[in-house]
Write a protein that binds this ligand. Structure first.
Ligand code: XMP
Length: 323
């Protein structure tokens, strides 16, 4: 019988047998899959596992703290957090082209991850032989045949690793679909905020700033995004939408009137979508009062933003993310 309890028990036993007294490491992205994979391996081998989380500075508000506190509290896992935000900002300076941004972020991520990995190996004594990955069944299937979208964007799953890596893989979610992974995560005691998380792209807010990525722009977008998420959650809409990217048009300005007079600020785009698998999507018909609340709060609370616009494009022709 398929039950989450059985899956966990089976995997725990298999992982223990596979790892023996060796060590394993796992990259955490903040997403559901890597979190559940890590929790499962943690249950099996405890302190023989070390997790690595690379903070590239392109995370949303509270995201890094969520991994640091909630995830560690729920699992007791050993976590190495690498603050690499300076390094990413430097590498992204002056770059506006979406594909170039994606490539830089992917490259820097791998470099930082490898460095962290080497440090763990140097520190920990017994050999680190295993690498945990949150590969799901659809990932396995899709990597067998092209999805037809490969040339649209370089989807860089930042959990991705170079091919010459000298590790044996542990992939405890290889036979599971996303909803099953969420159930396993729940059973393992992971907090709701992690288990029910909506998708978030590996390159993070870096591909939600149309224009150059700077610290000031990231801070501004983080505020606007936090407001949108707060209001969507408060309205009970999280399960109704696939995700809602919030985008800053950093190179666009428009005239507004706020407080004492004229402003000349940036627009924020709301991109709420409904989808089954992100291959196609429709724009979500959100209630007007929720949109109104988000708009009012963003223009009141976020400096330098004087306009909020709604993206009413399906996919195709639009992609979900703007870059
Ligand atoms: P698009 O923009 O291609 O996005 O319609 C489809 C889904 O994929 C997510 N996305 C990414 N996820 N790394 C990821 O892990 C990426 O580079 C990436 N780019 C887009 C996007 O949020 C949506 O859910």
């Amino acid at each position: 019988d398929w039950t989450t309890g059985n899956v966990i028990e089976e995997q725990v036993e298999a992982i223990r047998a596979q790892v023996g007294d060796k060590r394993a490491i796992c990259g955490l992205s903040g997403g559901v899959d890597s979190a559940v994979a890590a929790a499962l391996v943690q249950k099996a081998i405890g302190s023989q596992l070390t997790c690595v989380y690379v903070d590239h500075g392109l995370m949303r508000k509270g995201e890094t703290e969520q991994v640091e506190k909630d995830f560690v509290a729920a699992t007791g896992v050993q976590l190495k957090v690498v603050d690499a935000s300076e390094r990413f900002l430097k590498a992204l300076a002056g770059v506006s082209d979406p594909e170039e941004k994606r490539k830089i972020i992917g490259r820097e991520f791998i470099r930082v991850f490898e460095q962290a990995q080497a440090e763990i190996i140097a520190d920990e004594g017994p050999a680190v032989e295993f690498l945990v990955q949150g590969t799901l069944y659809p990932d396995v299937v899709e990597s067998g045949g092209g999805t037809g979208t490969a040339n649209i964007k370089s989807h860089h799953n930042v959990g991705g690793l170079p091919e010459d890596l000298e590790f044996r893989l542990i992939e405890p979610l290889r036979k599971l679909f996303k909803d099953e992974v969420r159930m396993v995560g729940q059973e393992l005691g992971l907090p709701e905020e992690i288990v029910q998380r909506q998708p978030f792209p590996g390159p993070g807010l870096g591909i939600r700033i149309v224009g150059e990525v700077t610290k000031e722009r990231l801070d501004l977008l983080r505020e606007a995004d936090a407001i949108a998420r707060e209001e969507l959650t408060a309205a009970g809409l999280d399960r109704d939408i696939w995700q809602c990217p919030v985008v800053l048009l950093a190179d666009v300005r428009s005239v507004g009137v706020q407080g004492d007079g004229r402003t000349y600020g940036h627009p924020i785009v709301l991109r709420p979508v409904s989808s089954e698998d992100a291959m196609t999507a429709d724009w979500s018909r959100l209630p007007y009062d929720v949109l109104a609340k988000i708009s009012t709060r963003i223009t009141n609370e976020v400096a330098d933003v004087n306009r909020v616009v709604l993206d009413v494009t399906s996919k195709p022709p639009g992609t979900i993310e703007w870059e």
